[in-house]
Design a protein around this ligand. Sequence first.
Ligand SMILES: Nc1nc2c(c(=O)[nH]1)N[C@H]1C(S)=C(S)[C@@H](COP(=O)(O)OP(=O)(O)OC[C@H]3O[C@@H](n4cnc5c(=O)[nH]c(N)nc54)[C@H](O)[C@@H]3O)O[C@H]1N2
Ligand SMILES: Nc1nc2c(c(=O)[nH]1)N[C@H]1C(S)=C(S)[C@@H](COP(=O)(O)OP(=O)(O)OC[C@H]3O[C@@H](n4cnc5c(=O)[nH]c(N)nc54)[C@H](O)[C@@H]3O)O[C@H]1N2
Ligand code: SF4
Ligand SMILES: [Mo]
Length: 736
Amino acid sequence: MPTALRICPLCEATCGLTLTLDGPRVTSTRGDHDDVFSRGFICPKGASFGELDADPDRLRVPLVRGADGTLRETGWQEAFDLVARRLPPLVQRHGADAVGVVLGNPNVHTMAGALYPPLLLGALRTRSLFTASTLDQMPKHVSSGLMFGDAFAIPVPDLDRTDHLLLIGANPLDSNGSLCTAPDFPGRLKALRRRGGTLTVVDPRRTRTARLADRHVAIRPGADAALLAALVHVLYEEGLAAPGPLAEHVEGVDDVRRAVAEFTPEAVAGACDVDAGTIRTLARELAAAPAAAVYGRVGGSTVVHGTLTNWLVDVLNVLTGNLDRPGGAMFPLSATTPAPRPPGPGKGFALGRWASRVSGHPEAKGELPMAALAEEIETPGEGRIRALVAIAANPVLSAPDGDRLDRALGELDFMVSVDPYLNETSRHADVILPPPPPAQSAHFDFAFNNFAVRNQVRHTPAPVPLEPGRMDECEIHARLVLAATGLHGADPAAVDDTAIARTLAKAVTEPHSPAYGQDPDAYAAGLTGRTGAERRLDLMLRLGPYGLTLDRLLEHPHGIDLGPLKPRVPQVLRTRSGRVELLPEPIAADLTRLRTALAAPGDALVLVGRRHLRSNNSWMHNLPSLNRGTNTCTLQVHPEDAARLGLTDGEPARVKAEGGELQAPVEVTDTVRRGVVSLPHGWGHDRPGTRTAVASKRPGVNVNQLLDGTRLDPLSGTAVLNGFPVEVSPAHDDRL
Ligand SMILES: Nc1nc2c(c(=O)[nH]1)N[C@H]1C(S)=C(S)[C@@H](COP(=O)(O)OP(=O)(O)OC[C@H]3O[C@@H](n4cnc5c(=O)[nH]c(N)nc54)[C@H](O)[C@@H]3O)O[C@H]1N2
Ligand SMILES: Nc1nc2c(c(=O)[nH]1)N[C@H]1C(S)=C(S)[C@@H](COP(=O)(O)OP(=O)(O)OC[C@H]3O[C@@H](n4cnc5c(=O)[nH]c(N)nc54)[C@H](O)[C@@H]3O)O[C@H]1N2
Ligand code: SF4
Ligand SMILES: [Mo]
């Protein structure tokens, strides 16, 4: 049987897969042992690649809404004709901001999602942009933007060389890692322990990752900022704050000392439910390790003090001398990053350059909070969103208050979804443009190579040719750009040519660019690649720091190893000062909120999420091999809370919060700490009009229905999805 290579698009680990093919069909999938980065690792989700590829519910052709209001199958021409007829007039009549763009998570897992949305946004000129980032990592972008001057300068733990890892609110044994691309994350953590290093996990649940750790701190949800501020306090108090050689590139070290003065271990112990002695030990261990890294993810991000937590993670890395040193927290350098310019002051990072229309939420990185999407559609007035382009996004399940968003989407004048499924969100679209199955798509990780624990580069061409009637997702995006902006019918290659011309026009004027001083047209003519997307990849590789080309990459089907991470300060810095700004002004101001919170710690029952190894947010419950066994939508409750609340294992509980209420079966387990219940997200597949037969049979409930969209981390606009108060009672008990 023939085999072909395909990088896995199903999580951030980016494992190389070997597919066995029977014609266009993927009959089995295993890890690629020769992959320079993943070396044969695969997880159950990757192993389901063939099943996902062949899912009979995947849309094969576009759907459009007819005059009778129902969706019917159609051809590509008719689908784009409809977009061209409906969208540009709406912009003309109501202005650019009347078109909302929603970008979901899989955009960072496709070549199309990396290359085209920026062009769509540039052409539409709308400020109504909402992405999964404000349900996820926006606090990290904001803290990096403020500290390093670049929202994408995100340090990752140097996993293979560190001696000590302090992991906050992340469960890589199930998630396989995030903002830290590391195929076989579990194996790398075990290797850390084998070489004598230590792992500390801070998580209100005793996760599989916590079970692997030397120390598990079962913190009260939402209190990490206070805990980390106290660690910083101890570093100063005990003379352990020592940025080392980095010191000459850091400003604000004394300001931070003053800013955390009140956050003594004793002052925060109650709020965190972590005793002061443990807090001092954590700080001392961090400072004493030859090389250590602090790393925080979703549980430190989608929380009430998300930006502060993410800032404190890197403050700790700086103050312990671990930022930018081997074994510490380092900045990767990907093959498609433009070749580094010389160090020096940059433009810095501005926050709140505009605000959302209804609630006045400040923009962050050009985005408005996903939690505010519904009100921006519902609320009349100038700038109201009347049309939506949703690409690889399912906010009805992934964002707060899906019922409200569901109703709001129904009020739109026009909606387009680029999505392989007819699901909770795309069912509202007037046009659904389905990308081909992943075996028919080429792959390159434009995003995740920037967060990889080793510099490396890999590209897999499409293992299987496009079936007749399919359109490559890059071409779908290019045609969408044309149709949405009045250029319908033009050659989609023009979209790529324009992007190439723009990039080159700039590059040839920059002395540090490999294209400096060259003729842009001649340079463009020398690019290789069969498609516009490939030519753009070739260009980015050529303009990158390693002098690569697409041809070189194709000669190395298992990838090219570019070596361990290297120090990048000061070159990586883009702040106005050209230095690391340790206490940016917006952060200093937000610390006041943390001090206030500390003064009034709540003891309400709170809810946190969880991810199962066999899940992927809202969209992989349609595979029989994943939607089974322990992958269930249960409410986990600690035995003592269960007894106190009268809850019985296996019986339904009623969960109530500010956004609504739901019922879920109780799972009594001491893996959650007291005072905390846990319900996973991405479930709730019981809405009518979808086409996901397997998921609909075992729908689960939508945890985000408990939220009303008003709880946000104010600096980043990120929804508080973890650590919000709930009331829980037996479902048969109607007192609540
Ligand atoms: N309560 C709670 N809510 C959460 C979270 C949580 O931890 N707790 N996590 C949040 C996080 S971290 C994230 S990232 C968001 C994710 O939020 P979303 O991005 O809205 O959700 P996904 O479930 O990833 O859905 C992505 C959509 O992309 C489609 N899709 C899949 N593959 C492709 C493809 O190749 N091309 C295209 N065009 N479409 C594709 C799927 O069918 C699906 O409709 O959810 C957030 N919501
Ligand atoms: N199998 C699987 N893998 C995935 C996904 C998936 O849905 N399923 N989704 C992908 C996506 S989009 C992302 S963003 C990544 C996320 O990757 P991770 O961040 O590793 O994923 P989570 O499992 O959400 O881990 C968050 C942890 O934070 C804990 N937590 C909750 N609240 C708090 C708190 O206040 N403080 C602390 N310290 N901890 C808290 C939770 O108990 C949970 O264990 O995973 C990716 N990989
Ligand atoms: S760990 Fe992630 S990238 Fe690797 S096989 Fe599993 S889902 Fe795919
Ligand atoms: Mo995410």
